[in-house]
Design a binder for this molecule. Structure first.
Ligand code: C2O
Ligand code: CU
Length: 501
């Protein structure tokens, strides 16, 4: 199995901040884009949809002719997609057949605290003996440990949007996601469907994630181990966040998808541990197709926003319509990453296969009921710095000068209160709040940028930048989190407790 020890034995080659794969990589735009399977419920009793997901080791042919061992939900990476209706509860029983404890979090879900995947609420392996501590011997008296299986309940009483579920174990989230523990969850409702946005085969979920492969075809990951910290060039990329040199979309390297000359709705998630992208759609003539953003992390915008390129940080989602109508049949549109270099410049391609009728539209009004909290609604303003610092005798990442401690309550917020949070970063930090959506009020002391539109659950702070966000704490009481979604930063301390009372 893929244990930390096994990962250590296969020390990956490290070049700068990016792991370089030690196997031959396929040419871009040859592998067909996979679409993750939509999971069927076991039962739809009592007004809820019930699912079972087994977490287990599996292998997949990600690179041609190479078997890559993975940690999976139901045997695949990405895991199966769950599709559900707004307000219809989903109950997922997760069974852990992996050799390590796990924790499941539905990112962006308005979930009761006991199903939100607190990082010490472990599901211990069903088949492997394990002591079950949360990591580094830190004891959390409030942890609720399950043995083998755990039932998570998601009310999904929230705006339709693209959510994702992923591992959230304390100190080990980054390797768990890297090894494959991530899947999509789409929430829909009648109002959104009535808008006439592209649908069916013209709606594509795109989970973008970078990875690197060692000589044996295994996913390369620099394990968190003190012996590595002395080796120059090994600890550093881990500390900054792990980057791979292969860009996967829905688990396939630089894939290609055949499309009609029509509008497509792209539901884009950056599921990378640490890589930021700035996406652009470039035709064969070098011209950029407009990216018409219709939704953000937490659902539809009030009105569409047109971008030439769109920055996307880890855990952010953008709902974007691209119109291929003017692309000649046989032509290709590449989805490129302006922040990449060499092979990480490319993400995937669309090949226009045929002309086709298009009855879809992008209405000028999308969501009429987005919350518009004002500064004057806020009963409190809080300040948080996101900066590097010392923790556990080494380097780490801190919020307000402190590393994560499950035993400490960092913020107590009252249910129903509106608050403004001022966030400031040293380097790039995508800051994520559990439970609530928020609006970006300002960025760098100026009005928000076009891509800050809508209801967010993750805001990408750039190096040295500050931002103000505003939200209302509602829905559920209990212990939640906020943290940096650079998964390595998160594992190395950059997480804090938010208690809603
Ligand atoms: Cu996507 Cu706290 O997580
Ligand atoms: Cu960070």
């Amino acid at each position: 199995g893929l244990t930390a020890g096994a990962a250590l034995a296969r020390r990956p080659a490290v070049t700068g901040a990016e792991l370089r794969s030690a196997v031959p990589l396929p040419p871009a735009f040859r592998t067909p884009l996979p679409l993750p399977r939509v999971l069927a419920p076991d039962a739809t009793s009592g007004g809820a949809d019930r699912y079972t997901i087994t977490q287990r080791e599996a292998s997949a042919e990600i690179l041609p002719g190479v078997r890559t061992p993975l940690w999976t939900y139901e045997g695949t990476f990405p895991g199966p997609t769950i599709e559900s209706r707004r307000g219809r509860p989903v109950v997922v029983t997760h069974r852990n057949e992996l050799p390590v404890p796990t924790v499941v979090h539905l990112h962006g879900g308005r979930t009761p605290a006991d199903s939100d995947g607190y990082p010490t609420d472990l599901v211990l392996p069903a088949r492997h003996p394990h002591t079950g501590h949360g990591g580094h011997g830190m004891h959390d008296p409030r942890a609720v440990i399950s043995r083998g299986t755990r039932r998570y309940t998601f009310p999904l009483d929230q705006r339709p949007t693209l959510l994702w579920y992923h591992d959230h174990r304390m100190d080990f989230t980054a390797p768990a996601i890297w090894y494959g523990l991530a899947g999509l969850h789409i929430v829909r409702d009648d109002a959104e469907e009535a808008l006439g946005l592209p649908a069916g085969a013209r709606e594509l979920p795109l989970m973008i994630a970078d990875r690197a492969f060692d000589a044996g075809g295994n996913l390369a990951y620099p394990a968190l181990d003190p012996t590595l910290s002395e080796r120059p060039g090994v600890r550093e990329p881990y500390l900054a966040g792990v980057l791979g040199d292969v860009i996967l979309v829905n688990g396939a390297p630089w894939p290609v998808h055949e499309v009609d000359a029509a509008r497509y709705r792209l539901r884009v998630l950056n599921a990378s541990n640490a890589r930021h992208y700035e996406l652009e759609a470039v035709g064969d003539d070098g011209r950029r197709l407009p990216l018409v953003q219709v939704g953000a992390d937490q659902g539809l915008l009030a009105a569409p926003v047109t971008h030439r390129s769109l920055p996307i940080a880890p855990a952010e989602r953008y709902d974007v319509v691209v119109d291929f109508a003017d692309v000649p049949v046989g032509g290709r549109v590449r989805l490129r990453n302006r922040l990449g270099s060499g092979r990480t410049r490319d993400v995937m391609a669309f090949r226009v296969a045929r002309r086709a009728a298009d009855g879809s539209r992008v209405p000028r009004v999308l969501a009429a009921d987005l919350p518009e909290w004002r500064r004057s609604d806020a009963v409190r303003v809080r300040d948080f710095s996101f900066r590097a610092g010392r923790m556990r005798g080494g380097h780490g990442w801190l919020i307000g000068g402190l590393p994560f401690d499950p035993a400490r309550t960092d913020v107590t917020a009252r249910l129903g209160d509106v608050e403004v949070w001022r966030l400031v970063a040293d380097v790039h930090h995508p800051v994520h709040l559990h439970l609530v959506g928020f609006r970006v009020l300002s960025r760098g002391g100026r009005p928000p940028l076009p891509h800050d539109a809508g209801l967010k659950d993750t805001v990408s702070l750039r190096p040295g930048e500050s931002a103000e966000i505003i939200t209302r704490f509602d829905g559920h009481r209990g212990r939640y989190l906020f943290h940096c979604h650079n998964a390595e930063h998160e594992d190395m301390g950059m997480m804090a407790n938010l208690e809603i009372v």
